[in-house]
Design a protein around this ligand. Structure first.
Ligand SMILES: Nc1ncnc2c1ncn2[C@@H]1O[C@H](COP(=O)(O)OP(=O)(O)OP(=O)(O)O)[C@@H](O)[C@H]1O
Ligand SMILES: [Mg+2]
Length: 207
């Protein structure tokens, strides 16, 4: 089993959106995915309630129970565990980063988000210099913005995922229905980008 932690000290960067989207991408690729929700806001669990489907399983957990939740997931044949964490909680972010094979840090391409990256880097280092990846999210789909966003993120001296997600209404519309964009608009741009991010991340995990 491989484990990915989604952390960011800034709120609203796309931690939950990424975790849910990649869990469904994993399912689409034939993997068994589980989402571990460490956020007291329970956004991922609420999405699961709206979803009314058995998969992916979403586990309502807390940092002190995370290791046990992951052991149980592995025992039950899960291939990929995705840990969603709350913003502004170093305790949860650190517990998730310690337990993960890869830490993904979603970040909007704006200074208020970018300037919080050193804090996430510190957590990644505290967790034992875990492999990590900044993932640019909600990038305006205008010419040149992707390149600009990549350049800006790279100045924070952390690995940056060359694949990113555009700012697309489908993410919110799908979430309202308890769906991922892969199910909501399977051939749309958002779905295509999620599949590209998924493939890139799986290649990192295989290294
Ligand atoms: N690529 C995107 N395009 C458009 N909207 C997006 C995108 N990614 C996320 N959103 C929207 O932004 C909002 C915040 O996203 P999300 O809840 O995933 O962030 P979060 O980091 O989990 O937030 P929190 O810190 O509160 O847990 C949601 O309304 C979501 O639908
Ligand atoms: Mg969230």
């Amino acid at each position: 089993m491989k484990t990915i932690a989604f952390i960011a000290q800034k709120g609203g960067t796309g931690k939950t959106t990424l975790a849910l989207s990649l869990a469904v991408a994993a399912q689409e690729a034939g993997q068994v995915a589980v989402i571990i929700d460490l956020d007291p806001q329970a956004t991922a669990c609420n999405w699961g309630d709206r979803r009314k489907l058995e998969a992916p399983v979403i586990v309502d957990a807390q940092p002190a129970r995370l290791v046990r939740a992951l052991e149980k997931a592995e025992e039950s044949g899960v291939d990929l565990a995705l840990i969603d964490t709350p913003a502004r909680s170093e305790q949860s972010a650190l517990a998730a980063a310690k337990a993960a094979d890869l830490v993904v840090i979603p970040c909007r391409p704006q200074i208020y988000d970018l300037e919080t990256l050193p804090n996430s880097r510190e957590i990644v280092n505290l967790a034992g210099k875990k492999p990590s990846l900044v993932l640019l999210n909600a990038v305006p789909p205008w010419p040149g913005r992707q390149e600009e966003a990549l350049e800006a993120a790279k100045t924070f001296e952390m690995p940056v995922c060359p694949k990113m997600l555009g700012h697309r209404a489908a993410f919110g519309d799908a979430a309202a229905l308890g769906r991922s964009v892969l199910e909501y608009d399977s051939t749309g741009k958002a779905a295509e980008e999620v599949r590209e991010v998924y493939k890139y991340i799986m290649r990192q995990l295989a290294k």
